[in-house]
Design a protein around this ligand. Structure first.
Ligand code: SF4
Length: 386
């Protein structure tokens, strides 16, 4: 039995959901109402709506990609308060791969059927060629592409683009054009964290601000480089900031559509905060070592209702939620299970329990176990021959 207040709340939730299911865009206020629901019946209604909208917008097939992560260094000049990955040069656990090691990893990936290398690293001021950053990054890209021209290179976050531009005193546009010409085909939409400068000042005070993140991603779209989009949730942010973040991503995609940019956002990935090995102040403030699955699923469903008209592909993180949690997210609006990764350092060093590598067969079985068909895709969400 729900009381009268709950009954009223449920009615307003139902009205909002009806609008979303009719294909209308939700306002931030409506998204917030959905996100603030606490009653299990209301949350179940939101989940059902997200699942049915997923079916309409992305179909029943759940996709996955065979990819390999390569983090070429964890030496980083910044000190994000959620990051257990970074090291100073010379610290125990600091690493910086040379070109031979990177090529060996790419060779292994190819042997395992990879179509994509996802490459990101710390902001290492020593990573230069002839005193400049850009030539170092171009060398990384050209080395991989010269050996494996058909591997899709999904590389370098907006933060890395800004780092290169700042180090070399050149524009974001010059950096992106040069990376694209060298062989970068898409860019991870990481470093977004929460696109709200009040939150960024606390969790990543040295990182690019919201406006710069949006500017760099828009520049990539304008120059024909597709990006993903992400949210780092479940730390100090409040629901208003989560919805504000989704609204900024939606506006960015609307802009790319309105201006007919040659590239857009390909997917939305929910990354819940893992605090276990994170620096103590933030970890203590959050008061939780592992993500809350319930909160993550709730946000997953609201993201489908809020963003689905513009970003059809939604992906949970099996590294952060574990495979069982990610499987559950497939019933809350997700249509993709991500990649095999083959290795994962950033979240695993933070204490994530989901693992660092996933066999294709295990991903396929996980998808089949929720009664959905599976299909291998490439980075740009095109199906690959079965
Ligand atoms: S999150 Fe990235 S930029 Fe921040 S400290 Fe870690 S490696 Fe450096």
């Amino acid at each position: 039995m729900i009381d009268q207040t709950n009954d009223l709340k449920l009615k307003s939730v139902e009205t909002i959901i009806e609008r979303a299911c009719q294909g209308q865009d939700l306002s931030e206020a409506e998204g917030l109402i959905l996100l603030q629901q606490k009653h299990p019946e209301a949350i179940a209604t939101i989940a059902r709506a997200a699942d049915s909208l997923r079916k309409k917008q992305a179909g029943d097939t759940v996709t996955y990609v065979i990819n390999r992560n390569i983090n070429f260094t964890n030496i980083c000049e910044q000190h994000c308060n959620f990051c257990a990955f970074r090291r100073d040069a010379g610290d125990t656990g600091a690493f910086w791969l040379d070109l031979e090691q990177i090529l060996a990893k790419a060779t292994e990936a190819i042997a395992l059927g990879a179509t994509e290398i996802c490459m990101q690293g710390g902001l290492n001021p020593q990573a230069k060629l002839n005193g400049a950053s850009l030539p170092y990054y171009l060398r990384l890209v050209e080395t991989i592409k010269s050996q494996f021209p058909r591997l899709h290179l999904h590389a370098f976050s907006p933060q890395e683009v800004q780092f290169i531009a700042r180090e070399d005193e050149i524009s974001y546009e010059e950096v992106i054009i040069a990376l694209k010409q060298a062989g970068v085909e898409s860019m991870p939409g990481t470093a977004a964290e929460i696109l709200d400068d009040r939150v960024r000042k606390v969790i990543c005070p040295e990182k690019i601000n919201t406006a710069t993140w949006l500017e760099i991603v828009e520049t990539a779209h304008r120059l024909g480089v597709p990006t993903t989009s992400t949210i780092l949730c479940g730390h100090i942010e409040i629901p208003q900031q989560q919805i504000g973040h989704l609204a900024k991503l939606r506006s960015l995609q609307q802009l790319a559509i309105e201006r007919d940019y040659p590239a857009k956002i390909t997917e939305f990935i929910i990354l819940p905060f893992v605090g276990q090995e994170a620096p103590k102040p933030l970890r203590n403030r959050v008061g939780r070592d592992q993500p809350s699955l319930a909160d993550t699923l709730h946000l997953t469903a609201v993201a489908r209702l809020f963003l689905g008209n513009y970003i059809a592909n939604h992906q949970p993180s099996w590294v952060k939620l574990g495979l069982d949690g990610a499987k559950e997210a497939l019933q809350w609006g997700c249509n993709d299970l991500g990649g095999t990764l083959m290795e994962e350092h950033i979240t695993t060093m933070a204490g994530a329990r989901g693992g660092t590598s996933m066999d294709v067969e295990i991903l396929q079985q996980a998808i089949a176990s929720v009664g959905r068909p599976y299909r291998q895709r490439n980075t740009l969400y095109e199906y690959l021959p079965a």
